[in-house]
Ligand binder design. Sequence first.
Ligand code: MG
Length: 161
Amino acid sequence: MRSERYRECVALLEERQVSLESIADCVIFLHKRYDDDITQKRCLEVVDAVLEDPDIQNALIVSLELDILAEEGNLRSEAIKEAMMKDEGLFGVDELMGLGMAFNYGPIAITSFGYIDKVKPGIIGILNDPKEGTCNTFIDDVVGAIAACASSLLAHERRHH
Ligand code: MG
């Protein structure tokens, strides 16, 4: 049984054109070098586990709300609105949000987040290149962090086997 907050997160992601499968594919990207037999099904399970974490849920909802507020012109600060609409490299609060999410999942999640943020596989690359008028400043980091946290869960599971 999924929590209401989980369903809110999934609906928000879908509204922003991000499927759970596309996040699971990022987990495969991170984990396949350690386990050739990793499946999308198993990755979906760990993505779900991360999305049931209240800290992750809160960070996700706040982040996506900020993207939507910027996009709809509802941020009061012109400077921040501009920085978010242009996804300025020096803005950095979005990366901090992703790092904050990864921190609870330990060093594997933190380093994986940095790696995925640089390489931008799959959905992260797509999010990073939005069409005019769309603000994806926070969501690419949130999706990268969820994948990084999920890959950390897989790595620890392997260690215990
Ligand atoms: Mg970003």
